[in-house]
Design a protein around this ligand. Structure first.
Ligand SMILES: C[S@@+](CC[C@H](N)C(=O)[O-])C[C@H]1O[C@@H](n2cnc3c(N)ncnc32)[C@H](O)[C@@H]1O
Length: 268
């Protein structure tokens, strides 16, 4: 009896040993990528996207990007972009610029980190009318010329010299769409400076960001001769991470990444 139990136990053990574990999701993905007929660049792009942990590669960014692209389409219309000159600032992977280039615009994307620029160029190498350049937006970028539209998303709070930077933007266009984190204040002269880790791929190039109040941003626009429409609406929110329709508490808090505002500026 004992022998029978031992034999069945050993049989069961060798059966379990002979079973190989199923590959993990990543191993399956890798297998698929390596056995597909992708080009070597496609393969590199796919593996890079899958292995990076930085926020710009995260699904939350994809959701957020989609909502903001939809808002631009709602405000300007699908047909507006054909033949227009568009500048995207702080473009990271340049997905937003690439979208509007695909719609027919001539797009220049400026991004401060060379590694990100290299990857964005590979990712969008087949998109026509798209130019992606490395440029430090704390400095002068006015030599890129005039544009029908500037897309200014997720950048202002990584810039220290906000007044100079905004003045340059307003001098280069008659229309700008902007969203940023702000501090919770209704004071049009309130701006906090916030240290940021330079090593984090999506943060300030120089280690110092800012949190102007929403009224600060609007004042700069008005002083430059622009009128603005506020889009502080729930359709732009992404879960509890990126919020646009929050009420002011006037506590001067720096907004984390959460308290955001969205405007369309047009020359008055
Ligand atoms: C939060 S990400 C936003 C990406 C994209 N615009 C979006 O909204 O989805 C900020 C980007 O700005 C870039 N950036 C930060 N400081 C910069 C600077 N001084 N000049 C140019 N780019 C800068 C970062 O490298 C990063 O790619």
């Amino acid at each position: 009896m004992l022998d029978r139990i031992k034999r069945s136990f050993n049989g069961l053990r060798s059966l379990v040993r002979s079973l190989r574990p199923l590959p993990t999701d990543f191993e399956r993905f890798q297998l698929l990528v390596f056995t597909s007929t992708m080009t070597p660049i496609d393969r590199h792009v796919a593996l890079y996207m899958a292995t990076r942990k930085d926020a710009i590669f995260a699904v939350s960014y994809a959701h957020w990007r989609t909502k903001r692209i939809n808002k631009i389409l709602e405000l300007y219309g699908m047909d507006w972009f054909k033949g227009k000159r568009v500048l995207e600032l702080g473009s990271a992977l340049s997905d937003i610029g690439a979208f509007f280039a695909d719609l027919g615009a001539e797009v220049i994307c400026l991004e401060g980190r060379q590694e990100t620029v290299n990857f964005a160029r590979l990712k969008h190498r087949n998109v026509p009318r798209l130019q992606i350049e490395q440029c430090d937006l704390e400095g002068d970028f006015s030599h890129y010329g005039k544009f029908d539209l500037i897309i200014h998303f997720g950048l202002l709070y990584h810039i220290k010299n906000v007044d100079e930077h905004m003045a340059r933007c307003f001098a280069m266009t008659d229309s700008m769409i902007m969203e940023t984190v702000v501090c919770d204040s209704q004071d049009p002269h309130k701006m906090l400076l916030v240290p940021e880790p330079k090593a984090v791929l999506e943060q300030s190039l120089h280690g110092m960001g800012s949190r102007p109040s929403p009224f600060y941003v609007e004042r700069l626009g008005t002083e430059a001769g622009f009128k603005f429409d506020r889009h502080f609406t729930a359709d732009l929110n992404f879960e509890d991470r990126f919020i646009y329709d929050w009420p002011h508490q006037n506590d001067d808090s720096h907004g984390d990444w959460q308290k955001r505002r969205f405007w369309r500026f047009d020359r008055a």
